[in-house]
Design a binder for this molecule. Structure first.
Ligand code: KIV
Length: 266
């Protein structure tokens, strides 16, 4: 008998109760099993797989078929964590295309929620997906699919104008129907304001300790990273094995120990 999946409602209740949500990326069956055993609530099949699995310079070349393939590998062994799958670059240019891509990720891949990057430009797609009963995760702050427009992987939301834009986008996305928001690489104070202003849970990566949960790339927490952003912490230290490292990440998120100031932006 399969375990019951964590629901969107349970994530909301965790936020309301002040219980932190832990999330790791996963792209295959073996890491999914390990992450499940460690007790994560969310498994993110991120398009970061383009960089950490495929060795590409950005997430842009990742295709929808590749995302479906990896999501299916994760879904086969998932037990209770909710699977969030990234909509890859150019797979949600219009609301109609967003519906088609999300439908494939769910029907063929087994995703239980889809994630898309962007604020104001994505409101109609979010409305459409939500109206079809598809749980949606927004993604603001550093949006890796816009790396060439941003001019690199940089902290976002510094300064009043930029911070206000992120706050406005977050509120608009919530009104459009998102169930979850990922906030990447923003100053801790801004992330705290966004988290307090939204009803839906906010999951941070490089966004400080005040968000409702944390996500990291699974290879990064095992020290298998080609890049070393400030927010990454290697948990495969002090004689821990992989299982213990993943469990330590989950525990530190739950206890509010991770991220500390050293792994956050001010
Ligand atoms: O693709 C990914 O892994 C992500 C996380 C970095 C949040 O979007």
């Amino acid at each position: 008998m399969p375990n019951k999946t964590i629901t969107v409602k349970q994530l909301l209740e965790m936020k309301q109760a002040g219980r932190k949500i832990s999330c790791l990326t996963s792209y295959d069956a073996s890491f999914t099993q390990l992450a499940e055993d460690a007790g994560v609530e969310l498994l993110l099949v991120g398009d970061s797989l383009g960089m950490v699995v495929q060795g590409r310079e950005s997430t842009l070349p990742v295709t929808l078929d590749e995302m479906i393939y990896h999501t299916r590998n994760v879904a086969r062994v998932r037990q209770s964590a909710l699977i969030v799958a990234d909509m890859p670059f150019m797979s949600y240019r219009t609301p109609v295309q967003a519906l088609e891509s999300a439908g494939r990720l769910m029907k063929e891949g087994g995703a239980q929620m889809v994630k898309l990057e962007g604020g104001a430009s994505q409101l109609e797609s979010v409305r459409q997906l939500s109206s079809q009963g598809i749980p949606v995760c927004g993604h603001l702050g550093l949006q890796p699919q816009s790396v060439h427009k941003l001019g690199g992987y940089r902290v976002q939301g510094r300064g009043t104008l930029a911070a206000d834009a992120i706050k406005g986008d977050a509120r608009a996305l919530e009104q459009a129907g998102i169930d979850l928001l990922v906030l990447e690489c923003v100053p801790s104070g801004l992330a705290a304001e966004v988290t307090q202003s939204l009803t839906v849970p906010v999951i941070g990566i490089g966004a400080g300790a005040a968000t409702d949960g944390q996500v990291l790339v699974i290879y990064d927490i095992l020290g298998m990273n080609l890049h070393h952003p400030r927010f990454v912490k290697n948990y495969l230290v002090g004689g821990r094995n992989i299982q213990q490292a993943l469990a330590a990440f989950v525990q530190e998120v739950r206890d509010g120990v991770f991220p500390d100031e050293e792994h956050s932006y001010q």
